[in-house]
Ligand binder design. Structure first.
Ligand code: 3HC
Ligand code: NAI
Length: 690
C-alpha cells in the first residue's frame, strides 16, 4: 500500500485504486506499488477477481511524460502489463475519464475492460512523436482488428466508450457508480469460471487481416506524414503485430519506441505539449474571473463570423452586430452555410446545427449589446473606425464588461486610451478561419486589468483555443515574425529563385505550404493594401495585384488556378515578370539552393523572435513556438522556431545572419543580443548557463 496505490476487498473482489493527481500518470511511484499489489493479489487465495480503477477525474492518462529521456526505473510499464497477464483470476479495468497511452495499455493487460458512458480511450503517443511503447500496437489489433487499430494509433484520437464497445475494445458500458458495476461484473465473471484468455493470446481477428487493404492505408498515411517519423513507426509496429509472433512484435515495438523517444522530433513534440500548457498560465493563479454569459461580436465579415461561431460552438449566446441589415444577413447567411457544410460532412447533426443557430441574435443597434459581458470588435482595420466603435461601446456597455479588439496590427494602447475604462480593454487576435484555427493571441495592453486577462485566458480554453498572452507591438508575436520571414521573399525571387522553388524548400522543411502558396490562398491584395497604407512596396507582389492577380480567389496569383482548383501550377508569365523586374535592376539570376532559402527566411524569423523576447512582448520562448505551430503551420516535428533554433545551433544562425547582414545591410539580419546569449548559454532564458 502507498499513497498512490491502495487495495480494498469487497467480498472476494479486490479493488486496486491508483491515485496520482492530476491525471494518474504511471510514474515510478505508481508502478512500483502497483506491481507489488498485483503480485500479492495474484497469490491471495481469498481474492477471486481484481478490479483496476482510478481515483480522481480520470483513469490513467498515460506514462509520465516527464520521465522520458531519463533512465528507466524498474518495474517499467511493460513489466506491469506482463505481470497482469500472468494472473489466472479475472482482471477488469474500470475506465472513467480518459484511458490514454500507457493507461490504455495497462487496461489491455487486463482480461476485461468496462467503462462509464463518458469515458474515452485512445493511444495518443503519435502526438508526442512516439508510438505506444507498452504493448499497445501489439494488443490493440488483437481486440479491434489491425486496420481499426492502425487508424486509432496513427490518428492518436481517442474513441468514445460506445464506439470502443462496438469495436470490441470495451466489454461493457455502464451508467452510474462505475466501481460498483465493475465489481459486480468481475464477480459474475469469476463465478462463471475460466480459463480467461489474456489479450496477447487472442489471435482470431489478426488472422482475418487483409494486408493489401492495410498497406494501402499505410501508403496514404505516409504521404500525409510530411516527414514525421512516428506515424510510419506506428504503422510498422501494427503490421508487425499481424506478421510476427507476439513476443517478436513486442520486442520490435520496444526497439522503435527507444529510437523515437530519443529523436529530435519527439523531443520537439513533447516540448510543445508542455509549452501549450505553460502558455495558459498567468502569474497570480488565483486571480478572480469575471462572469461571461453573452458575447457580443461587432462586424460579421470574415473574422467576426468565425469568432461568433467559435463562441456559439463553445456554448455561448452571441449577439452579432453589423452596420446594415444587408451586411448582417450576409454574415448570418455565411454562418448558416458553414454549419450546413459541417452537417453534410457528418461532423455536426441537424439538431446541433439548429441549436447552434438558435444561439445567435443579429442586430444593427448598439443598444442590443448592453447585456453582453464580453464584446469583440472585428470591423475594418482602421484606427478611426476602431475608435468610433469603442466610443459607442463605452457609452452602452455595463461597467466591468471586457472590450476586445481583433486588430491584426493596430496599437491597442491607443484604442484603450480612447475610452473611459482602459483596464477593460485587451486584444483577442483570432486567426482565420476563427472557428477552426486553434491559436488565440491574447494581447495585454498597458492598462489591462489582471482579472480581465485571467478571464479571457480561461475563456479561451473553454472555447477550445490555445491561448498565448502577448504584449502590444506592430503585428504582435505572429504577424511581426511573419513580416521578418517574408522580408527576403522578393529578393530571393529577383536573384533567381522561382516561387515554386521557394515553396518547395518550405514544404520539404515540413510546412503545409510555402509563402507564395499561402499568399495566394489568403489573397495577395491584403498585403498590398497594408503596404500602400504604410508607404511600402514589394515590386513583384504589387505588380501582380495591379494586374488583378489576387491569388486563388481571382484564379491567378503567383500561380495559375484552373477553375475551382486549390493547387496552383507555375505560370510562365509570372516567371517572365520576375526576370524582367530583375533585369531592370541589373540583377543577374543565379541558382539558389534550399539551404539559402531557409537561412534567409527562417533565421530572420528566429532573430525577430529573440527581439520579441528581449522586449518582453512574449513571456517565454516556448510561447512563441506555440504561436507558430498553432497559427502558422510551423512543423510540429521541429517544435516551433525557437526550439528549432536550439537544434540548428544559435552560433551557426548568428554566423549566417552576420553574413547576410554584411551583404544586404538589412536590419532583419542583425543578430539580436539575446540570440548571442542563447549561443553562449544554450537556452533562451539563460537557465542552462553554468
Ligand atoms: N505525464 C505527465 N504529466 C501529464 C501527463 C502525462 N502523461 N498528462 C497530463 N499531464 C500534466 C499536464 O502537464 C498538466 O500539468 P500542469 O498542471 O503542471 O500544467 C496536468 O497534468 C493537467 O493536464 P491538462 O492541463 O492537459 O489537463 P486536461 O484535463 O485538460 O487534460 C488529459 C487531461 C486529456 C489527460 C491531457 O492532459 C492529456 O492529453 N495528457 C496526455 C495524454 C498522453 O499523451 N498520454 C500518452 C503519454 S505517452 C505514453 O503513455 C507512452 C506509453 O505508450 C509507453
Ligand atoms: P471584413 O472586411 O471581412 O469584415 C469587416 C466587417 O466589419 C464588415 O462586414 C463590415 O460591414 C463590418 N463593419 C465595418 N465597420 C463597422 C462598424 N462600425 N460597426 C459594425 N460593423 C462594421 O474584415 P475581416 O477580414 O473580418 O477583418 C476584421 C478585423 O479582423 C480587422 O481588424 C483585421 O485586421 C482583423 N483580422 C483579420 C484576419 C484575416 O485573416 N482576415 C486575421 C486576424 C485579424
Amino acid at each position: 500500500m502507498s499513497n498512490s496505490v491502495s487495495v480494498a476487498n469487497e467480498n472476494g473482489v479486490a479493488i486496486v485504486t491508483i491515485d496520482n493527481p492530476p491525471v494518474n500518470a504511471l510514474s515510478f511511484h505508481v508502478r512500483e506499488p502497483l506491481m507489488q499489489a498485483l503480485v500479492a493479489l495474484r497469490d491471495d487465495a481469498e481474492v477471486a477477481a481484481i478490479v483496476l480503477a482510478c481515483a480522481g477525474r480520470t483513469f490513467v492518462a498515460g506514462a509520465d511524460i516527464t520521465e522520458f529521456g531519463k533512465p528507466v526505473q524498474q518495474p517499467d510499464l511493460r513489466a506491469v502489463v506482463a505481470l497482469l497477464e500472468t494472473i489466472a483470476k479475472p482482471t477488469v479495468a474500470a475506465i472513467h475519464g480518459t484511458a490514454l497511452g500507457g493507461g490504455l495499455e495497462l487496461a489491455l493487460g487486463c482480461h476485461f475492460r468496462v467503462a462509464n458512458t463518458g469515458a474515452r480511450l485512445g493511444l495518443p503517443e503519435v502526438k508526442l512523436g512516439l508510438l505506444p511503447g507498452g504493448g499497445g500496437t501489439v494488443r490493440l489489433p488483437r481486440l479491434v482488428g489491425a486496420v481499426k487499430a492502425l487508424r486509432i494509433i496513427v490518428s492518436g484520437t481517442p474513441v468514445g466508450a460506445q464506439e470502443a464497445h462496438g469495436a470490441g475494445l470495451v466489454d461493457a458500458v455502464f451508467e452510474g457508480d462505475l466501481t460498483a458495476h465493475a465489481v459486480n461484473f468481475a464477480r459474475e465473471i469469476a463465478r462463471k469460471g475460466g480459463p480467461f484468455t489474456p489479450v496477447r493470446d487472442r489471435d482470431d481477428l489478426l488472422k482475418e487481416t487483409d494486408l493489401a487493404t492495410f498497406d494501402a492505408e499505410v501508403v496514404d498515411l505516409a504521404r500525409k506524414a510530411r516527414g514525421l517519423e512516428a506515424p510510419i513507426a506506428c504503422a510498422q509496429a501494427v503490421r508487425n503485430a499481424v506478421t510476427l509472433p507476439f513476443d517478436d512484435a513486442l520486442a520490435a515495438e520496444r526497439a522503435l519506441f527507444v529510437t523515437l523517444v530519443a529523436s529530435d522530433q519527439s523531443r520537439a513534440q513533447r516540448h510543445l505539449f508542455f509549452a501549450e500548457r505553460e502558455a495558459a498560465k498567468l502569474p497570480g493563479k488565483d486571480t478572480p474571473k469575471r462572469r461571461i454569459g453573452r458575447v457580443g461580436v461587432i462586424g460579421a465579415g470574415t473574422m467576426g463570423g468565425g469568432i461568433a461561431m467559435a463562441f456559439a460552438n463553445g456554448g455561448f449566446a452571441v449577439t452579432l452586430l453589423e452596420t446594415s441589415q444587408e451586411a448582417l444577413q450576409r454574415g448570418l447567411g455565411m454562418i448558416e452555410k458553414n454549419y450546413t457544410v459541417s452537417v453534410a460532412r457528418g461532423s455536426l447533426s441537424e439538431d446541433a446545427k439548429r441549436d447552434r443557430l438558435a444561439q445567435f441574435k443579429g442586430s444593427t443597434d448598439y443598444a442590443d449589446l448592453a447585456d453582453c459581458d464580453l464584446i469583440i470588435e472585428a470591423v475594418f482595420e482602421d484606427m478611426a473606425v476602431k475608435k468610433e466603435v469603442f466610443g459607442k461601446l463605452d457609452a452602452i456597455a455595463r461597467p466591468g464588461v471586457i472590450l476586445a479588439t481583433n486588430t491584426s496590427y493596430l496599437d491597442i494602447n491607443e484604442i484603450a486610451a480612447s475610452v473611459s475604462r482602459p483596464q477593460d480593454v485587451l486584444g483577442l487576435h483570432f486567426f482565420s478561419p476563427a472557428n477552426v484555427m486553434k491559436l488565440l493571441e491574447i494581447v495585454r495592453a498597458e492598462k489591462t486589468a489582471p482579472d480581465a486577462l485571467a478571464t479571457v485566458v480561461d475563456l479561451a480554453r473553454r472555447v477550445g483555443k490555445v491561448a498565448v498572452v502577448v504584449g502590444v507591438c506592430h503585428g504582435f508575436v505572429g504577424n511581426r515574425m511573419l513580416a521578418a520571414r517574408g522580408s527576403e521573399s522578393e529578393a530571393l525571387l529577383l536573384e533567381g529563385a522561382t516561387p515554386g522553388q521557394i515553396d518547395k524548400a518550405f514544404t520539404d522543411f515540413g510546412w503545409p505550404m510555402g509563402p507564395f502558396q499561402m499568399g495566394d490562398l489568403a489573397g495577395l491584395d491584403i498585403g498590398w493594401r497594408n503596404r500602400k497604407a504604410r508607404g511600402l512596396t514589394a515590386v513583384i507582389s504589387d505588380t501582380l495585384c495591379e494586374q488583378g492577380r489576387f491569388g486563388q480567389k481571382s484564379g491567378r496569383g503567383f500561380y495559375l488556378y484552373e477553375a475551382g482548383a486549390r493547387a496552383g501550377v507555375p505560370d510562365p508569365e509570372v516567371e517572365a515578370l520576375i526576370r524582367e523586374k530583375a533585369a531592370e535592376r541589373g540583377i543577374e539570376p543565379r541558382a539558389i539552393g534550399a539551404d539559402e532559402i531557409i537561412e534567409r527566411t527562417l533565421y530572420p524569423l528566429i532573430n525577430e523572435g529573440a527581439k520579441i523576447l528581449e522586449e518582453k512582448i512574449a513571456a517565454r520562448a516556448s510561447d512563441i513556438d506555440v504561436v507558430w505551430v498553432n497559427g502558422y503551420g510551423f512543423p510540429i516535428g521541429k517544435g516551433g522556431p525557437m526550439f528549432w533554433a536550439g537544434l540548428e545551433g544559435a552560433a551557426k544562425i548568428i554566423e549566417r545572419l552576420e553574413y547576410w547582414h554584411q551583404r544586404t545591410g538589412k536590419d532583419v539580419f542583425k543578430p539580436a543580443p539575446l540570440l548571442k546569449r542563447m549561443a553562449e548559454t544554450g537556452s533562451w532564458d539563460g537557465s542552462a548557463a553554468a
